[in-house]
Write a protein that binds this ligand. Sequence first.
Ligand code: Z5A
Length: 211
Amino acid sequence: MSARTGIFISLEGGEGAGKSTVITALREALAATGREVVLTREPGGTPEGEAIRALLLDPANHLLPDTELLLMFAARAQLVRQVVRPALERGAAVISDRFTDASFAYQGGGRGLDMARIAELERWAAGLKPDLTFLLDVGVAQGLARARARGGEPDRIEREREDFFDRVRATYLARAAAEPARFRVIDAGQPAAAVLAQVLAELSAWLADAP
Ligand code: Z5A
């Protein structure tokens, strides 16, 4: 990969953590620094990745865990090469609604797939990590209640049982504890205004320290 001058920020969390609202505020804060801001999401973010997303989330599909993992990384390979790397090389700030940590949390923690195999895919298919990751952490019951209150039909992954989401949350928290320099864990059980204020304070502190 050629030299990158941009910054890569990801947002992670379980169901109903509030990523959507936070992303809008992050985009505004980064745009105010004069940088180009590129927003993307996973799975998806390219036309091909969005087609893979539809396949992944359609409750009519009975995907095996390995198939699900490989499709997540297929969409990611396309996104990294077509969107993320070119943007970072231009010096943009890239904000991704989820990235590889989600594969460790959902397919590794939730489905029980081998973490070493996911790490191998991370090196090959993704080949980069975010510089900064916000983990919006909310209790599983509280997050699911928010997601249900929003209405609409649950997708294929949202239909999982609560113990699946307990494992997802525990894996996210373990990853954050293992990489404290990259992760900022935010208590997303607070009112939205408090969550936003904490995220924006962490962002300015990080930008002030960034090389
Ligand atoms: N997935 C995977 O398995 N492996 C991978 O590698 C990747 C993803 C990349 C799609 O992701 C699914 O793919 C996802 C993980 C899996 N599966 N699930 N389940 P997604 O990010 O597109 O879908 P999501 O996680 O289901 O998004 P979400 O539920 O929309 O979460 P959110 O964006 O964090 O929530 P929100 O829409 O901002 O907020 C939810 C509601 O709560 C909404 O009505 C808000 O107004 C409300 N809300 C938000 N914050 C608050 C606070 N603080 N207080 C009160 N109410 C609030």
